[in-house]
Design a protein around this ligand. Structure first.
Ligand code: NAP
Ligand code: MG
Length: 490
């Protein structure tokens, strides 16, 4: 009997505009059940266990996903180990062709990936369609280009791949984070065991299908699904050479402790609490748009989100008034509606975390603003929220909320704002809005953050390295620096 398929029908035209019409021309198939991708094949989990992946906009299950236990992780590592020698000895130009082919296949199936990403994770389709999926393909293209030029990246050095990389990713940019991890690892000749986050496994599994279609030698990429325990099994496996982790600072610390004293190399991309700074000489309307994008893009589920806003005192009233007006015009709702600006919160658990922070703001006696429209009745939704005159000691300015919540402070002088902006355990990103180039350069050198954007925010490019200072982690992903994370360099 043919397997039952959940089918989501959408009508696309060539400009990506679509409406959910019954006479639709393009189908997005989601299987009822997904197994583990090990050794180039889908295999049943040894535990026999599966868990539901939920559509956060409807609260309904989309599919069942296999839960990998230690034995499954062990077979994935064994398959990656077996594939390592032949893969690393393949002429680099051949490796490049495979990576290039994966990039092309992502482009060909971009619509399907975008729809599944929005269904499984709640993000607005215009973001999955225009940002996540194209950037994922761009990462594969970019690192395909490096594969046979590594000796030019590191002249006069002896370079070798590290071996088997265990890669663990979060739920906020599921396919994109998989691309950030897999593409440079393969370009450098490593093999991979990747674990997506429990709430957003579907695009990684779709990528597994695509990888099988690409004829990549079996075992070079293995994808095992599951929750934290599966991640821990990868971290603790003795035959893993490298851990690449993106996620919370809390789990990052657990991983560091777990691998201390072993030969495992690690890169950790952790949390953030970015300062977004507006000076009185900035183009105000442009800055307001940048602040809105900085904190409400992807419902604020962004490690580099501009979650602390610093406004120069002389323009406080104007900026706050414009922010409130802009919030009233944001469209919140169905992630699959191409007009949606703010989609669903990724999971029930994350919604509860955000709501707890809204309560903390209330208890601290802070003034806040939320738009007047109401939220959809079903699904995990949260109104975009502003908190005003937040102190440096407030939990809202200290802790990462990972939701659509902006903590606003003011400042008078450049020195004051640098001190306030750097007063955080994190150091991932920052933004500066000013008409003066000298001010932008001064701040970009003084802010302790891996990325500083000037008169823009949340701009990503595969050629540009990304990563944090302090408790935001170490190591860089993207650009030439992203290669170092997967090579031993003598
Ligand atoms: P998380 O709870 O740390 O989870 C990240 C990944 O680690 C998930 O796949 C998770 O599995 C797994 N995991 C959980 N416990 C583990 C353990 N003990 N050992 C090994 N793996 C374990 O983070 P999240 O809530 O998914 O993501 C949000 C965080 O990621 C935020 O703090 C955000 O700032 C950070 N982030 C950072 C960057 C960056 O580039 N710096 C980018 C994106 C996100 P399950 O989820 O399946 O349990
Ligand atoms: Mg889901």
């Amino acid at each position: 009997m043919a397997k039952k398929q959940n089918s989501f029908s959408l009508n696309f035209d060539t400009d990506w505009n679509y409406s959910p019409a019954p006479e639709s021309t393009s189908h997005v198939e989601i299987k009822e059940k997904y197994d583990l991708f090990i050794g180039g094949k889908f295999v049943k989990p040894k535990s026999g266990k599966y868990f539901d992946t939920i559509n956060p906009a409807t609260e309904k299950s989309l599919a069942k996903v296999a839960e990998a236990n230690e034995k499954d992780v062990d077979s994935a590592v064994k398959s990656a180990r077996k594939a390592f020698k032949p893969w690393s000895e393949l002429p680099a130009s051949e490796r490049a062709k495979y990576i290039f082919r994966i990039a092309r296949l992502i482009q060909e199936r971009a619509r399907e990936f975008a729809v599944i990403e929005s269904l499984d994770g709640g993000k607005p389709i215009k973001e999955s369609r225009d940002i996540d999926i194209p950037l994922a393909a761009a990462h594969f293209f970019y690192y395909a280009g490096w594969a046979d030029k590594l000796e030019y990246a590191f002249p006069n050095r002896k370079i070798k791949p590290l071996g088997v990389a265990g890669q663990i990713i979060p739920w906020n940019f599921p396919l994109l984070m998989a691309a950030w991890k897999i593409a440079p690892a393969l370009a450098c000749g490593n093999t991979v065991v990747l674990k997506p986050a429990e709430t957003t496994s579907l695009t990684a599994l779709k990528l597994a299908e695509l990888i099988a279609d690409s004829d990549l030698p079996e075992g070079v990429v293995n994808i095992v699904t599951g929750a934290g325990k599966t991640g821990a099994a990868i971290v603790n496996h003795p035959d893993i050479d490298k851990i690449a982790f993106t996620g919370s600072t809390e789990v990052g610390k657990i991983i560091q402790r777990a691998i201390a004293g072993t030969n495992k190399k690690a890169t950790l991309e952790l949390g953030g609490k970015a300062a977004n700074i507006i000076f009185e000489d900035a183009p105000i309307d442009q800055a307001v748009e940048g602040v809105i994008n900085g904190i409400f893009f992807n419902q604020g589920h962004v490690c580099c989100a501009g979650s602390r806003l610093f406004i120069q005192e002389s323009i406080k009233d104007e900026v706050e008034k414009k922010l409130k007006m802009r919030l009233e015009t944001l469209r919140i709702g169905d992630p699959l509606d191409k007009n949606t600006d703010i989609g669903a919160i990724n999971s029930k658990g994350q919604l509860e975390t955000i709501e707890a922070y809204l309560e903390i703001g209330k208890q601290e006696g802070l003034t806040s603003f939320q738009p007047s429209y109401s939220l959809p009745k079903k699904g995990y939704y949260c109104k975009p929220t502003l908190f005003f005159d937040v102190s440096q000691s407030s939990r809202l300015s200290k802790e990462e909320i990972f939701g659509p919540v902006l903590a606003i402070q003011t400042f008078r002088t450049v020195d004051e704002v640098i001190e306030k902006a750097n007063n955080t355990p994190y150091g991932l990103s920052a933004g500066v809005w000013t008409d003066k180039g000298s001010k932008a350069f001064n701040l970009s050198s003084q802010l302790k953050a891996g990325v500083v954007w000037a008169n823009t925010f949340n701009k990503f490019d595969p050629a540009s390295p990304f990563g944090g200072f302090k408790e935001s982690g170490f190591g860089r992903e993207g650009g030439m620096h992203g290669l170092e994370a997967y090579l031993s360099i003598k």
